[in-house]
Design a binder for this molecule. Sequence first.
Ligand code: HEC
Length: 383
Amino acid sequence: MKNPGTEEGEVPAFTEQTQMMYVKTAQDLREYILDGAPTRKREDADYQARMAAAMVRMPAYRALVSAGQVEDLVAYLRAASGQVLPDDKLAARGAELAHELNCEGCHGALGAGGLPNPGSFKGYIPGFWGTDFDELVRSDDELEQWIAEGKIARVAEHPIGGRFFRRQAVQMPAYGKFRSPEEIQALIAYVRWVHAGTWQPLAGATIQGASSSAATGSDGIATLSLPNGSYALWAESANMIRSPRVTLFVGGSVSRQVNLTVEVAQTNANTNGSTGGGVAGTSIGLEVTPDALDFGRLGPGGSASSTVSVRNSGTVGLGVSAQVSGDAVFTDGVTLDAQPWRGFGASLATGARQPVNVGLRVSAAYLGAGVKQGTLGFWAVAR
Ligand code: HEC
């Protein structure tokens, strides 16, 4: 947006390097939102004179937003400026490409959407998250079609949707004509990363509110060992955003982890398992053996499987669910009892033991190589 009377002549964008010229810390961002500028600037006579000459000034939102909303905005602004990037190599490459191809010029910073598109069904260009995205992108296949072909059959061939699709002022470009399949896959991984909201994890943050302290790893996950009780926990890091507070009950539920390893190579698959020990609880207990699985060496498209045994070692019935974290090779490719891991659920009576088949299929489009690590967590709640 133009801003006559200023040196730059424009309202600064909050994407990419521009933000770094204006903002030193998350506290600066907070003060821009609340007061229109950081205190250090507002107290500067030079700055006051420059602002008085500008046509448009950043409004102060202090009276309009809650503390929680400010933190959400700060997290969003940091991610939109490229200060937070995907850990996954493919998605990180996608972020680079998305910048180079200027996806955000149409879809908004970090795919927040909302740019006007006269004649289209919604009247604006959809984003990479929210209900619009879920309506327009029902599968990975459709996501690939959008990016490679600029359209999907379900919309383009729809009697009403198709009419809007052809009429709209701005059309989604078909990047498959200009870019390699690998680059399209990278863009898909990036859009998925934005959509999943995983730009929120923060490494090196300390967890507050517990008697013992712990720091988050690169995946934003911290491991805490706490006595039974209820805790209000939050994460903090110097000059960074503070996470929302979460309430945690210890004693009513328990989790166990299995470390996952695979070496991705352009050769044949093989599998081998390893063993480890489990841990028993008091009234609520879950034992998982082994505590590590090595899927050996796999090529793209290759698969392997192994079995873990889950046992209720406590005195109450358990409902068990699963969580896979770490490299995308695992978060995308792990199955439990031949189903995607997200759908896994089991009920275990006291003393009951159940084998769970852990499968791993490396996507044919996976570009990474070398040894990848992940974690399979089982989470049990008393029934
Ligand atoms: C010239 C503007 C423009 C650019 C640049 C652009 N898109 Fe789009 N994109 C659109 C429009 C318009 C639609 C919606 C088409 C419709 O609704 O029929 C769309 C739809 C999409 C969709 C599906 C719907 C949704 O909710 O997002 C995805 C995913 C997408 N684009 C990704 C990208 C990616 C990734 C890039 C950069 C490589 C990109 N777009 C660049 C205009 C653009």
